[in-house]
Design a protein around this ligand. Structure first.
Ligand code: SAM
Length: 271
């Protein structure tokens, strides 16, 4: 019989943030698959766990995935962990999970800390609906596309960012978010945990040399506030929704709603 694959969330700073179930699973499995074995060793030592580890990181080859799957098929139980937080979320592991599903290996999620959720709930920004974009791409074209998506976002957007790239990302966000509120959630669960709130421009002025870890939470685009549609021609307004893949009927309905006029009035304009 195949073994089980446990996806185990680990602390994002404060070592108290680990569930008792996570500790039990780490003690019980045959192997721990870790993004950085040295990093995970610190965690294991803290909880007095001694376990063979297999290194698996974003540069690992396909053979490594197969090696792990083979061990699972031989009946070994494994726990997958990343350096911090929830594995697979902007961290390695997706390929292992996909392959394990193909092989009908039982997968068990052991939930726990995840920086994006911890940041969102403390931000005070609408948490009912949100889009998580992970790290913004560095490639110019795809980055521009993502920034466009943020510009028109009708839901809260969440980004991860490395400290040395924070200023350039805030500068890009300044161009697309104007006066929308942004929260920088810094060093969550650590001694210097801070939440900074302001427009991208204000946040840029507050940062000199960003240090530590950051999650960026961006409020949705509030069209009423910015009178964005009033500044657009009807054709631009139409194209705005067309570019998002809406059908004509839906576009007309949406335009009427944005401009607070009857649908018929908009229909007539397009006849
Ligand atoms: N899988 C992890 C999770 O569940 O959150 C995320 C891993 S990703 C490689 C690392 C990024 O998560 C950092 O660059 C930062 O944006 C965010 N992050 C992780 N820990 C954080 C913390 N304690 N405070 C703020 N942001 C954090």
């Amino acid at each position: 019989m195949s073994g089980k694959l446990y996806l185990v969330a680990t602390p994002i700073g404060n070592l108290e943030d680990i569930t008792s179930r996570a500790i039990r699973i780490l003690k019980e499995v045959d192997y721990i698959v870790a993004e950085d074995t040295r990093q995970t060793l610190k965690l294991l030592n803290h909880f007095e766990i001694s376990k063979p580890m297999i290194s698996y990181h974003r540069h690992s080859k396909e053979e490594k995935v197969q090696e792990i799957i083979e061990k699972l098929k031989q009946g070994k139980n494994m726990a997958l962990v990343s350096d911090a937080g929830t594995p697979v979320i902007s961290d390695p592991g997706e390929e292992i999970v996909k392959n394990a599903i193909k092989e009908k290996i039982q997968i068990i999620s052991i939930p726990g800390p995840c920086a994006l959720i911890a940041a969102l709930i403390a931000s005070g920004i609408d948490a009912k609906e949100f889009t998580f974009l992970g790290f913004l791409p560095l490639n110019k074209k795809t980055r521009k596309e993502k920034l466009k998506e943020i510009e028109n976002a009708k839901k809260t957007t969440i980004l991860y960012e490395a400290p040395h790239k924070l200023l350039s990302t805030l500068a890009d966000l300044k161009e697309v978010t104007s006066n929308r509120r942004i929260v920088l959630a810094k060093e969550i669960t650590k001694i210097h945990e801070t939440y900074l709130s302001g427009t991208a421009e204000e946040l840029l002025a507050m940062q000199e040399e960003p240090k530590g870890e950051f999650v960026i939470i961006i409020d949705k685009c509030s069209f009423d506030e910015e009178n964005k549609f009033e500044k657009m021609s009807l054709e631009e307004h139409y194209k705005f929704y067309q570019d998002q893949g809406y059908e004509k009927k839906e576009i007309i309905k949406q335009i009427a709603k944005d401009r607070k006029v009857k649908k018929d009035e908009i229909y007539k304009q397009f006849l």
